[in-house]
Design a protein. Structure first.
Length: 167
């Protein structure tokens, strides 16, 4: 939509602010007291939900997959396991919407060991070299919430490599 608007309305030499975007998917450990069990890990009055794991992760499940991610509130992330690096960067002034990737692949080296609870999705927007708005869970809060795409708890040691494929 932005590219269409840019191509139809923006005058030559015009600017769009902000125009530069960095997208991040960082392996994160959330605060211990913030961990929410998956449905299949819970039990209610003796009823176990173990059987939901296979179905919720199957291709036949067409319901909202909210069990896999949730909005992070401020101070819920303990730390990132890797040095943050964007998985995708683009400039709205020059990006070609027909050449936008549909798959992102990243390999990240663990520099701070911990329990990976999932991948934290956030972005940075830049107006220029000086003015930027970071939306990291460690930055000053904005109205944009971070998402945590849950993995499970996975213990990660320094030096290990974490692979990420987004399709």
């Amino acid at each position: 939509n932005l590219c269409d608007l840019r191509d139809r309305i923006l005058k030559p030499g015009g600017k769009i602010l902000p125009n530069e975007f960095d997208l991040f998917m960082e392996p994160a450990q959330i605060e211990k007291g913030m961990r929410t069990p998956f449905l299949w890990e819970q039990q209610l009055h003796g009823v176990r939900f173990d059987g939901t794991k296979v179905w919720l992760n199957s291709e036949q499940n067409t319901i909202n997959r909210a069990h896999r991610h949730y909005r992070l509130q401020p101070n819920q992330v303990s730390h990132f396991l890797c040095e943050p690096e964007p998985v995708f960067t683009f400039d709205i002034l020059s990006v070609d919407p027909n050449n936008m990737p549909t798959k992102f692949i990243a390999r990240k080296k663990v520099v701070r060991q911990g329990i990976m609870d999932g991948f934290c999705l956030y972005f940075n927007i830049r107006f220029d070299e000086v003015i930027a708005i970071p939306t990291s869970p460690f930055a000053k809060p904005t109205h944009w919430a971070n998402q945590l795409f849950r993995t499970g708890p996975i213990e990660c040691l320094a030096g290990e490599i974490i692979g990420l494929v987004l399709e």
